[in-house]
Design a protein around this ligand. Structure first.
Ligand SMILES: NC(=O)c1ccc[n+]([C@@H]2O[C@H](COP(=O)([O-])OP(=O)(O)OC[C@H]3O[C@@H](n4cnc5c(N)ncnc54)[C@H](O)[C@@H]3O)[C@@H](O)[C@H]2O)c1
Length: 272
């Protein structure tokens, strides 16, 4: 079979370690013939694991970028075009962090400075990325930009805390910018709403283990893995999905449309 991303050039944000969804996306994009730049926050670079990923992906170049800084974003986009030899075809935004959760603050007791930082890192960064690309005319026609999100943007999951609001904003940016980028360059913007996934960010949410089991029991197909999410990202970067834009796409084994499952009862009985 032909490689789905042969000749395509991309930027992948957020591969921290081999549990990261972005890590799996990079491996799949490489497998499907893409060349890309890897990026993460300078502080995340110090752990060094991203170098191992780069080695597995034909020595992909790594460019540090704190997504809250305009100058970092501009530097990333211009260097990526230099390295890849032209405009970009696909971008994965796989970035999220809640400062209030980190500091143990409940939703009804938010520190607003922390809240601003959370929104900046987890949502405004997506607008910053798209606006920087738009102004620099950095994305090829029919390019595809994807950000990862979670169903707490639509329904209440109390321990997801302020990240629910960050994800709502992220999804809204995909629709609003999707219009402008679509009109000018036919660039597609979508969010993928992924099942709970055992990663560093995911496991930081209180009660993650119980919630992971619950979601798996409710979903007819079970929880979607990081690897399956990576395959869906490849599809969204490929030309096969070229008329899909401004959508929030659930990749959750059916969780979002399921109201009841006996498997949840069985799970609860076993937990007592
Ligand atoms: N794990 C889940 O259950 C789950 C479910 C749905 C959606 N998501 C979303 O998937 C995305 C990736 O998360 P993950 O689960 O792979 O966890 P992860 O911890 O592996 O990835 C989060 C990444 O964000 C990066 N980051 C944080 N602050 C940054 C900054 N200032 N600048 C640049 N990068 C920064 C981290 O370094 C890390 O690489 C996030 O948007 C997350 O909300 C995760």
């Amino acid at each position: 079979m032909n490689q789905l991303l042969k000749g395509k050039k991309g930027i992948i944000f957020g591969a921290l370690n081999d549990k990261s969804i972005a890590w799996q996306v990079a491996l799949k994009c490489h497998e499907q013939g893409a060349t890309f730049v890897l990026t993460n926050a300078p502080i995340a670079m110090r752990m060094g694991e991203i170098n191992n990923l780069a080695a597995l992906c034909n020595n992909a170049q790594i460019i540090p970028c704190d997504v809250t800084k305009n100058e970092d974003m501009e530097n990333l986009i211009s260097k990526s075009m230099e390295i890849l030899g032209g405009k970009i075809d696909f971008i994965l935004h796989s970035v999220g962090m809640s400062v209030n959760i980190r500091k143990g603050k409940q939703y009804s007791d938010l520190d607003y400075k922390f809240h601003h930082d959370t929104l900046d890192i987890s949502a405004i960064s997506f607008h910053r990325l798209m606006q920087t690309c738009f102004k620099m005319d950095a994305v090829n026609d029919w390019g595809s930009i994807v950000a990862l999100t979670y169903i707490a943007a639509q329904r209440v999951f109390p321990d997801y805390n302020e990240m629910a609001d960050a994800k709502s904003l992220l999804e809204s940016y995909a629709r609003s910018f999707g219009y402008h980028f679509g009109k000018r360059n036919r660039v597609r913007i979508n969010t993928i709403s992924q099942s709970p996934t055992p990663t560093t960010a995911g496991s930081g949410v209180k009660g993650f283990g119980d919630f992971f089991d619950y979601a798996g029991a409710l979903s007819p197909l079970g929880n979607a893995s990081a690897e399956a999410c990576a395959e869906y990202c490849v599809l969204m970067f490929s030309d096969l999905s070229r008329m899909v834009t401004m959508q929030n796409l659930f990749h959750d084994g059916g969780f979002s449309n399921t109201g009841f499952s006996y498997d949840v009862f069985k799970l609860m009985e076993n937990k007592q």
